[in-house]
Design a protein around this ligand. Sequence first.
Ligand code: FE2
Length: 176
Amino acid sequence: MSSEVQQQLVSYLNDAHAMEMQSIEVLEKAVEIAGDIQLAQLYRGHLNDTRDHERYVKQRLEDLGESPSTLKNLAGKAGAMGLGLLAQAMPDTPAKLAGVAFAYENFEVAAYEMLRKVAEIAEDQDTVSMCDRILPSEKQAAAVIEENLDLAVQRSLEETAGIPGPGAGEDSGAHA
Ligand SMILES: [Fe+2]
């Protein structure tokens, strides 16, 4: 591959790595303030997957000759992609948190779709395969969070406004 294409590939991989580092940080906080056992389990499950994704991307960078010293500086790059803002504005209700998580997962899907396209042009089959491995996990995370948005809104209203959600009368106290 040309050096320009290689440079672009490394740049996209760097961005993906920074994104995963930021995602780990967001999900760790999300587990703490999920507001519901089911939501916490959802975030914890994807946190484990995210740690795997971070390792896969780091490995690809190392295989392409990126030095560990470069990798150390990547966390700050997430800010340049606008993801730092999401993390800094870490929401304080389960619903807002679920909204941020939903946005984040969809951003990750877009990032890996783009990385995959660049890897195809660069004829880097290992990176294409890595994207094919990670993308279903990101898409599934986005879909599961979307399915749980109603639950997150319900928990938020219970927490902030004392409004019981649908079915609250049947299992009142179960989530106290
Ligand atoms: Fe993710």
